[in-house]
Design a protein. Structure first.
Length: 436
């Protein structure tokens, strides 16, 4: 999950999406009048669309207006944006003009954030980002497609490509032609947000136009950190009036309730013997209560390109246990994770310590016969190879029982219960305390 960014006391990337209102007036005096009106709307952020000004290519005028805006908004984060015509802007310009205006903004040090279009090219993006960072400014790497919406995988690759650029945030806006285009943008955003922290940056995404209105409201769920509203003229298709937008965001937050992943400040670890239902319960619990799920065995298989049985056969159990510890250390640097642990994870003391430091541990239990019924047809349980019987399972469970119970904050039996019932019982444990 992406890191949040703190600017003038505003945490961007935590809690509700932050409302940014663009300034789109053409003349200097009009810009300042609009700014006063925007200030009364109490935005979280303000964007000045430089390209909308009649003197957009006059760098002295740009710096003069920026100074005036900083006086009007002394405590509100100010984003400076020159949008090129190719990406929905109002002022034709050459690449040299574009870079000159961005440089003029940076030289003042008055803006908090600078929008840099990804299409400007690697060298220009690098130069502008370096200059902005030297002035203590953050950089948003942006891309806009008014012609349509690429497929979900293309959207995800585009976000990943912009992440590699030397900015601090990424912004992607696309134009939907149908409902599935909106869904593709939302799903790509969520997938990007759920990646490991080191692989992402604070993201802003939107599906434009009336059709894409939903994308401006559900960022708390998908991981889009900023949404754009308006007080009069919109700067892009589909923007919602700012005060109405805030009401909608708060209502969406209320309806999410405890299911909002952003309310989880700790991780939750499910431990237990194979076949106790950890993976199935994790999927239901994560979906119902808004956590990000990670199944350790599945993640290791993806990263190693081998099944668990193949890893055991080729490299041995000790190597596999090392992989578990390494993955657990990475997970524990995050929050709001629901982790389905491999059966052997609690056997290492260091693993238990990592889990305790970053969250709560729930032990799922089941009788040996129950476990046998659940795993008897499995071919991916290397510890049971040649021993698929209840007495052997009971013996192995007994050898692990002390480790499991010593590690657990809560214990939940899964015998005779549906996955939904177990998920509800875990919820009661972690919210009300006690051991089940």
């Amino acid at each position: 999950m992406a890191r949040s960014i703190r600017i003038r006391g505003l945490e961007i990337g935590e809690g509700l999406p932050k409302i940014c209102i663009p300034l789109v007036a053409c003349e200097e005096d009009e810009i300042f009048r609009e700014a006063a009106e925007v200030k009364r709307a109490e935005p979280d952020m303000v964007e000045w669309r430089i390209d909308r000004m009649g003197q957009a290519l006059d760098t002295a005028a740009v710096q003069r207006v920026l100074a005036g805006l900083r006086e009007i908004f002394p405590d509100i984060p100010l984003l400076a944006t020159f949008r090129t015509v190719a990406e929905g802007g109002a002022c034709p310009c050459s690449p040299r003009d574009y870079e000159a205006v961005c440089r003029a903004v940076v030289e003042t040090g008055l803006a908090d954030l600078l929008d840099v279009e990804y299409s400007a090219g690697r060298e220009a993006v690098g130069r502008l980002s370096s200059m902005a960072h030297a002035k203590g400014m953050y950089v948003i790497i942006s891309a806009h497609d008014f012609s349509g919406t690429p497929g979900e995988e293309s959207l995800l690759r585009q976000l990943e490509g912009m992440t590699a650029a030397p900015g601090d945030m990424v912004k992607l806006a696309v134009m939907p032609r149908c409902a599935s285009d909106v869904a593709a943008l939302l799903h790509a955003t969520a997938r990007y947000h759920e990646k490991d922290e080191g692989e992402t940056k604070t993201a802003v995404t939107m599906s434009m136009g009336e059709l894409g209105c939903l994308s401006r409201l559900c960022g708390e769920l998908t991981g889009s950190a900023v949404t754009f509203g308006c007080v009069s003229e919109a700067s892009a298709p589909g923007q919602v009036e700012a005060r109405e937008l805030r009401k909608e965001l708060l209502e969406f937050h209320r309806r999410l309730g405890h299911r909002s992943r952003l309310q989880w400040k700790e991780n939750l670890f499910l431990i237990g013997f194979m076949g106790t239902g950890k993976s199935a319960v994790a999927r239901v619990f994560a979906g119902k209560y808004g956590m990000q799920e990670l199944e350790m065995d599945e993640q290791i298989v993806r990263e190693e390109g081998m099944t668990i049985a193949e890893i055991f056969a080729a490299k041995g159990e000790e190597y596999f246990r090392g992989l578990e510890t390494g993955l657990l250390m990475r997970v524990c640097s995050r929050k709001g994770m629901l982790v389905s642990c491999g059966g052997g994870v609690p056997l290492r003391e260091e693993n238990v310590e990592w889990m305790r430091r970053s969250g709560k541990i729930v032990l799922l239990t089941a009788e040996p016969q129950t476990i046998l019924e659940r795993v008897k047809d499995s071919t991916v349980r290397p510890l049971l190879n040649g021993h698929m019987d209840a007495p052997y399972i009971e013996g192995l469970m007994e050898r692990r029982r002390e480790y499991y119970e010593e590690a657990a904050d809560y214990i939940v039996s899964t015998d005779g219960k549906s996955v939904e019932e177990v998920a509800g019982e875990i919820w009661r444990c972690v919210t009300e305390g006690g051991r089940s």
